[in-house]
Design a protein around this ligand. Structure first.
Ligand code: NAD
Length: 325
């Protein structure tokens, strides 16, 4: 297939673009490098540097239609979205609508979208199925839900096939591509960088949650497993409308579990301080993933925490200050 990957200079987009090239697809990347890295884009992919908000650029990119679009480009920091919500609505929702307008005009027949467990908010039942109430609790999650809804309406009206992949916590690294956000808010890169870079700090936020060891429980999914799900979704997508699928392992790991695993994998002493809870952190977020298993035949293969941490540790050890360093 001829595939456009928006956000293909970012963490998950770059690993997915590399996998699609491995599978002999023709890949073009559209990325404004606002949070992504030119070095992450796999060599054979043509890179268009620019924003989804640049209508002229979109016209040029879509001059030749694609078979499929994989849409990663978005801002994704929850705290920043609370402080500056309109920036998130403009970039995430506005950018998606501009892209959908091209797709709906015959720009592509298939559309795979990076959604998020953030669309569920703080669900009453865990593991979380796709039919759980959609009640995001912050502007980032609300933009992801609005993007899903815009995609569903456009796909039904224009007749393209769409899949919304709701990732839980992406982590790990693959083939020279790792997680490099500034600021970094994700647990695993923050923890590993605190072991590598003097002055980088790491703390456990809250150990009095109603979980077995008192710390928050999350479902960590390896970036290569996510990339494989995208490739399977591209092959599977068929017929007008949108299908939402959770991408997680179905296993929850507490912050203390991850800290212990980091000690095992790195051979370092890892003993972070415990600080008070942060507002808005749900106690447990774990995916029910049967739908992705049944429909796509997807199986997470590298998401056991030791493999995931070992891959991330190898990348961060080689890039302690990220791509720029
Ligand atoms: N990392 C996670 O755990 C996680 C979990 C759930 C969902 N997601 C979603 O997955 C996607 C990828 O996440 P990531 O961690 O790889 O993020 P990332 O920041 O590394 O990648 C996003 C990419 O999109 C680009 N971009 C942003 N706005 C753009 C615009 N208007 N035009 C062109 N390019 C633009 C950025 O430069 C960056 O390269 C995001 O949509 C995110 O919301 C991520």
């Amino acid at each position: 297939m001829r595939i456009l990957v928006t956000g293909g200079a970012g963490f998950i987009g770059s690993v997915t673009a590399a996998l699609l090239l491995e599978q002999d697809h023709e890949v073009e990347v559209l990325d404004d490098l606002s949070t992504g890295h030119r070095e992450a884009v796999p060599g054979p992919a043509r890179l268009h540097v620019g924003s989804l908000h640049d209508g002229g650029l979109l016209d040029r990119v879509f001059a030749r239609p694609f078979d499929a679009v994989v849409h990663f480009a978005a801002f994704s920091q929850v705290g920043e979205s609370v402080r500056d919500p309109l920036r998130y609505w403009r970039n995430n929702v506005g950018g998606t609508i501009a892209l959908l307008a091209r797709v709906a005009r015959g720009g592509a027949g298939r559309f795979v979208f990076s959604s998020s467990a953030a669309v569920y908010g703080e669900p009453p039942l865990v593991p979380i199925g796709e039919d759980a109430p959609l009640c995001p609790v912050n502007p980032y999650g609300r933009t992801k839900l609005a993007m899903e809804q815009a995609i569903a309406d456009a796909a039904a009206a224009a007749g393209f096939a769409a899949v919304a992949l709701r990732y839980f916590n992406a982590a790990g690294a693959w083939d020279g591509r790792g997680e490099d956000h500034d600021p970094e808010t994700h647990l695993i890169p923050r923890l590993l960088r605190s072991l590598l870079v003097p002055g980088e700090t790491f703390a456990v936020y809250g150990d009095d949650y109603p979980t077995p060891d008192g710390t928050c429980v999350r479902d960590y999914i390896h970036v290569r497993d996510l990339a494989e799900a995208h490739a399977l979704a591209l092959a599977w997508a068929d017929g007008p409308g949108v299908t939402a699928l959770n991408l997680g392992t179905g296993d929850g790991h507490s912050v203390h579990d991850i800290v212990r695993a980091a000690g095992r994998v790195t051979g370092r002493v890892v003993a972070p301080p415990v600080q008070p809870r942060r507002p808005g952190d749900p106690a447990r977020l774990v995916a029910a993933n049967r739908r992705a298993r049944d429909l796509l035949g997807w199986r997470p293969r590298r998401s056991d925490v030791d493999t995931l941490l070992a891959d991330a540790w190898a990348w961060h050890s080689a890039h302690p200050r990220g791509y720029a360093g």
